[in-house]
Design a protein around this ligand. Structure first.
Ligand code: SF4
Length: 392
């Protein structure tokens, strides 16, 4: 039995053959029989339909006789969010159930691997050199189960392209099963310094693909220091160029911290002069997770103290007619002249506001804070009075 805090998940009447599997959750009473035999019915009361492979029942619910002899998964209240169309991974042997896709979320991400060839100072998902090839198989199993009307999906890591041609197969499968879904891939871009690999990705011709690639300085040694890997800068720049040559959209991502801020305007100039063909530039506030906490002394700079550098960088990119956005920023710490570039980028479930925000007139436009920001955040937070709105 798996203990999640004080919570328990319990499998009952599991078929002997049952192992780890990826399965779609359904609440439909009229689901065609062949689909029922591969899905899990989420019991919400009433008479449950026959023929589902699994029945998911809340521990609060009295289990009806019609389910009690069937393969069932008893879940604690913490799984109340489960809903029709979600996709879960189950492992009866270890009493595990985990939602890997939630149909109601607009921020579904798949971690493709924990392995990475970078060791970034502010990595939010510290890499581990482990054999996690099973994740690839799991994602391939999940893609056909995902609602084809899903607007957005993200592949992240680790470094997804470490999978080589299997990464390309994931993109191909996404295109085949989810042709209307925007696909974002977060990659350090180095694998694409191999022009043939870039060409192969271009030939997949995914209809709505974007590669998010970090670039931390106009100077190679600063970028290589931030990602803790010699030679990274040259390969990343070559990767960006190769990708664009083969028609793959690229978003350049810059995380804003003490190592990147001093030359942010110079980096903006470098991008505007040399990478003008990039499709988007995202300037991103720091998230207090992973290695960031351990390296906070090296990284922390109060956003209120880099207002000028951010404004200058945005101005350079905007005048070059590049698409530029500011993510994870607080409006009161950002020059009103560039408020129009800010996005409410923090996922709902991570987004918070501080007590200092009480009474702020632009709260509904402000990205707010990551829940993790309580660890360290600006002491310059100042609610914006009603008149402040006009400043933008
Ligand atoms: S005070 Fe207003 S602008 Fe500042 S962080 Fe809070 S909500 Fe955002």
């Amino acid at each position: 039995m798996l203990i999640l805090g004080s919570r328990k998940i319990e499998f009952r009447n599991a078929p002997e053959s049952a192992g780890r599997e990826v399965i779609r959750v359904s609440t439909a009473h009229n689901r065609p029989q062949p689909l029922r035999s591969t899905e899990a019915f989420l019991f919400e009361g009433g008479a449950p339909p026959e023929g589902y492979r699994w029945y998911i029942v809340s521990e609060k619910t009295e289990i009806p006789d019609s389910i009690s002899g069937k393969p069932s998964i008893i879940v604690p209240e913490t799984f109340e969010y489960l809903a029709d169309g979600d996709v879960v991974r189950i492992a009866p042997q270890s009493n595990e159930l985990r939602a890997i896709y939630r149909r109601s979320s607009s921020h579904n991400s798949f971690l493709v691997t924990e392995r990475c060839n970078h060791y970034c100072l502010m990595c939010s998902q510290p890499p581990r050199n482990v054999d996690d090839d099973w994740i690839y198989d799991e994602i391939l199993s999940a893609l056909p189960l995902i609602d084809p009307d899903t607007s957005y999906l993200c592949f992240t890591g680790g470094e997804p392209t470490i999978l080589g041609d299997r990464f390309l197969k994931l993109v191909q499968a996404s295109k085949s099963f989810l042709p209307r879904t925007s696909l974002m891939v977060l990659t350090n871009g180095r694998t694409f310094s191999d022009d043939r690999f870039s060409e192969k990705l271009g030939k997949v011709a995914h209809p709505d693909l974007m590669l998010g690639i970090p670039l931390y300085s106009d100077l190679a040694h600063i970028h290589d220091y931030v990602v803790q890997s010699d030679g990274a800068y040259d390969e990343t720049i070559r990767g960006i160029i190769n990708l664009k040559r083969h028609g793959v959209p690229v978003e350049i991502r810059v995380v804003l911290h003490k190592e990147t801020i001093p030359r942010l305007p110079q980096l903006a100039q470098f991008i505007a002069r040399n990478l003008l063909f990039a499709d988007h530039v995202a300037l991103m506030g720091l998230e207090m997770t992973g290695f960031t906490k351990a390296n906070l002394d090296k990284l922390w700079i109060d956003p209120g103290d880099y207002k000028n550098e951010l404004k200058e960088a945005v101005g350079i990119l905007d005048r070059a007619r590049m698409r530029v956005s500011i993510y994870n920023s607080q409006l009161c710490l950002t020059d009103p002249a560039i408020w129009r570039f800010t996005k409410r980028s923090i996922s709902d479930w991570k987004q918070e506001y501080m007590a200092e925000c009480d009474g702020c007139s632009v709260m509904d436009q402000c990205a707010g804070f990551f829940a993790s920001a309580k660890f360290r955040y600006s002491d310059k937070i100042t609610p914006v009075p009603e008149a402040g709105i006009n400043a933008s």
